[in-house]
Design a binder for this molecule. Structure first.
Ligand code: TXA
Ligand code: MG
Length: 311
């Protein structure tokens, strides 16, 4: 597949968005900035487009995609919203929250987008470029993170091109993603209970249900993910000479997540530091301890998976 497509870099302006919409209409795949990470978008109503997403990422076909829509109204055409889901959507959309809901039988979606599941993961993103693109087309966009399956997620167009150049039609360069970590995923059950399937930028107060981070019901929540391709040591207060150090707060590094110890800043820089560590000549990476509170919980979730060697 490599070299099959000459990947275009598009500007984040009207003509770039129009060109991206044209490629998508024709069934192509385009990497698009969102407030979380860059997504690899394709029309969610086309088996061909969705197949190209899986191929470009080398993603196993049992791992379903998040479908992006411009509004709650459009989301309600695709999935069943009970009271709880409506409340969450009104509270957090547009924003970095994905809701897993019962799919409507009549929803016009490629079967592959949901990997044949009766549920659907939906998100209304909060990014001017992604929102403009969703407004320019009349179909929903399936978009997983724009990285080869299992590797570090991209927070810039440069990260996307480093691993997918020649495998996708285009990337829109919209600068660095603000939040820097993938959306929080909540599944809303028929009885209204809510389960957190992936921690992320939005922390919803625990309701009457237990948190179930490790349930492999989100098939993508595999033990090894976000992997930099070399050993990663966590909770490191110092580092050996052959380790690329990722620092935080009082511990300085070759790349520092936040010198001031600000967890939001650390989240926004996490993948950029991991990309630098992966590309560095040093054979190993060490990461300073990150407090397990607020968005630190999501940072530690990603770091634990990044530190787990692939099967
Ligand atoms: O912030 C994000 O969510 C980014 C941007 C591009 O929107 N997207 C993203 O997609 O992180 P991806 O494919 O890398 O992660 C989606 C996760 C996977 O772990 C997948 O297994 C899970 O969502 N998922 C998708 N559909 C599901 C469903 N019906 N039930 C449970 N989990 C689902
Ligand atoms: Mg991903």
């Amino acid at each position: 597949m490599v070299g099959k497509y000459a990947t275009e870099t598009l500007q984040a302006n009207e003509s770039g968005i129009a060109r991206a919409a044209e490629i998508l209409r024709a069934g192509g795949v385009v990497a698009v900035p969102t407030e979380t990470v860059y997504g690899l978008a394709g029309r969610a109503d086309s088996e061909e487009a969705v197949t190209r997403i899986y191929e470009a990422k080398g993603r196993p076909s049992f791992n379903p995609l998040i479908v992006h829509v411009p509004s709650i109204e459009r989301a309600k055409r695709l999935a069943v919203f009970g009271e709880e889901a409506t409340e969450l959507a009104l509270g957090y959309w547009p924003g970095p929250l994905t809701l897993v809901l019962p799919k409507r039988e009549e929803a016009e979606l490629a079967a592959k987008a949901t990997a044949g599941l009766p549920t659907l993961a939906l998100r209304v993103p909060d990014h001017p470029v992604m929102s403009a693109l969703l407004g320019a087309v009349d179909f929903p966009l399936a978009a997983p993170s724009a990285n080869p399956s299992g590797f570090i997620s991209p927070t810039s167009a440069k990260h996307v091109l480093a691993s997918l150049d020649g495998r996708i039609d285009a990337v829109i360069d919209g600068g660095v993603s603000r939040a820097g970590l993938e959306s929080t995923i909540l599944a809303v059950r028929d009885d209204g209970t809510v389960e957190e399937l992936r921690p992320g930028p939005i922390k919803v107060a625990p309701r009457d249900s237990a948190r179930q981070y490790d349930a492999i019901e989100a098939p993508g929540q595999l033990a090894s993910h976000y992997a930099p391709g070399k050993p990663l040591r966590l909770d490191a207060s110092d580092h050996a000479g052959d380790e690329f150090m990722i620092g935080f707060a009082g511990i300085a590094g070759d790349c520092t997540l936040s010198g001031a110890g600000n967890l939001e800043e650390a989240a926004s820089r996490l993948y950029a530091c991991l990309h630098l560590g992966a590309a560095s000549a040093k054979p190993r990476i060490a990461v300073a301890p990150i407090p397990d509170r607020d968005i630190g919980i999501a940072i530690n979730d990603r770091l634990r998976r990044a530190a787990t060697p692939p099967d």
